[in-house]
Design a protein around this ligand. Structure first.
Ligand code: MN
Length: 471
């Protein structure tokens, strides 16, 4: 741990090391013994600690580069990484998307302290294999930065990256922005210049998950989240600009007219994404910091879920509030894999409103499969409270909305190739209900009791004394 704090002084720019340092100071970072195996064992240890602590693995399998995992255990850690209260997290993210701060180019970066143009990925980098039936080692936490071949505008996203050979990576491109840039290049018979950036400040990772417009560079959203422009440096072998503070950069090209088998890989719904022919990255160079740190995300683990959750919640909140001023907050629940099940809190003013909110939420993102609308007095961070609202304020014949045959998530195995039913539950009280009917019980003063003050210090001794006196 002292190793991280010593090296932190080398840069003022927020980076992975500054975040690990904060975690360590807060008692949230565990350090594993040296020589943990990259094959299963590293992921197994990370999985055990996923709701509790980040883990730092020095010399995994004897490798010179260390690995860090579990950078986020829940949304409060994400809030801490951005320096805001949990309650202000979504607002902060909404603001950054509305008012991005453009990055600036610098001439030198720590990310290029060491340059390898002879590349053997598994020899250079400690790439773990995570879930049992993954096809092999995967780079899971790399920002894929691509240049629009027509305009030079950059896009930032995260993709699962299978190590397919010493200088070859199989990559899954969903039909979003990187895929669009690649199609432009491929139609012109060219490769798409890219870089994979591993080990950056959490703000950069979160920004990459923003549901932004095409040609909106997510690194500018990262700048707004950090309150300072991200410093970027040009790659050694292509024109892509990468964060100068990154730990590791893999420079390469997505090859035109080449597809090779990729997968299976353990994904966020807690199932495996299937093997199929997918795009291929030809690697041209690897650069990294001295004593670099490799960030890995266990597929389907808490970190994977939370990273997708916050940017999606911010987007869904923005979408709903445009039409429904009564919407106060939203959560994508952990049980709903932080994608499929949405809870919406409203300040209900008229009956029927919750059903409109349900229909609006279905339109917010095709992944949303179930929407539960609750009143202001329900704590949406507590699954028991949400169930309680359904148990006591919902009647299936009256308050249930079902839509058949809509677009859903292809990774939901109960869908038919992504065609999915939608369900909405209105668990709000009627506006004109008798005040006592839905009055929550409450013990007066319960929230103000100073428990250490009113209890005996040694309860067993006190109990023995009282019992002896009774006899
Ligand atoms: Mn984009």
């Amino acid at each position: 741990m002292s190793r991280i704090s010593n090296e932190r002084a080398s840069t003022a720019h927020p980076d992975l090391r500054s975040w690990l340092n904060e975690l360590s100071a807060a008692g949230r970072l565990a350090v594993a013994r040296e020589n943990v195996s990259l094959n299963d064992e590293l992921a197994a240890i990370s999985k055990n600690l996923e709701y509790d602590r980040a883990v730092f693995f020095p010399k995994p399998d004897g490798h010179a580069i260390a690995v860090a995992a579990n950078l986020f255990a829940d949304r409060s850690w994400v809030a801490d990484s951005l320096g805001v209260l949990s309650a202000d997290l979504l607002t902060r993210f909404q603001e950054a998307v509305r008012r991005p701060l453009p990055w600036v180019e610098v001439q030198n970066g720590a990310a290029q302290e060491i340059v390898h143009d002879e590349v053997d990925l598994l020899r250079l980098l400690p790439v773990p294999k995570h879930n049992e039936h993954d096809s092999g080692p995967y780079i899971t936490a790399a920002l894929l930065i691509a240049r629009n071949p027509a305009t030079g505008v950059q896009n930032v996203s995260i993709h699962r990256c299978q190590i397919s050979g010493p200088d070859r990576i199989g990559v899954l491109l969903l039909p979003r922005h990187t895929h669009h840039y690649f199609r432009l290049a491929e139609e012109a018979g060219q490769a798409l210049e890219i870089a994979l950036v591993i080990g950056v400040h959490p703000a950069c990772i979160l920004a990459s998950q923003a549901i932004a417009a095409l040609d909106e560079d997510e690194m500018n959203i990262a700048g707004a989240l950090l309150g300072a422009p991200v410093e970027m440096v040009k790659c050694k072998t292509n024109r892509v600009r990468v964060p100068a503070h990154a730990e590791i950069v893999i420079e390469g090209r997505i090859l035109p007219k080449v597809r090779e088998p990729e997968g299976p890989f353990g994904e966020f719904p807690q199932y495996y994404g299937p093997r199929a022919d997918r795009e291929v990255i030809q690697v041209d160079a690897v650069t990294h910091r001295r004593h670099a740190i490799f960030h890995t995300i266990v597929g389907g683990g808490a970190e994977h879920l939370v990273l997708g959750e916050i940017p999606r919640e911010a987007t869904l909140l923005e979408h709903l509030q445009r039409s429904f001023p009564s919407v106060r907050d939203v959560r994508l629940t952990r049980g709903g894999v932080c994608r499929y099940h949405l809870v919406v809190k409203i300040d209900k003013r008229s009956d029927g409103e919750a059903k409109n909110v349900i229909m609006g939420a279905f339109g917010g993102h095709y992944d949303v499969k179930q929407v539960t609308v609750v009143d202001l007095d329900v704590d949406i961070d507590n699954p028991h409270e949400i169930e309680w609202a359904i148990a006591t304020r919902f009647q299936a014949d009256r308050d249930l909305v079902i839509v058949a045959g809509a677009q859903g998530s292809k990774l939901d195995p109960s869908s038919q190739e992504g065609v999915s039913a939608k369900m909405g539950l209105d668990a709000t009280k009627p506006v004109d209900a008798e005040p006592m009917t839905f009055k929550r019980i409450h013990v007066r003063g319960a929230e103000h009791v100073d428990i250490t003050h009113v209890l005996e210090k040694d309860s067993s001794a006190a109990f023995a004394r009282v019992i002896a006196g009774l006899c």
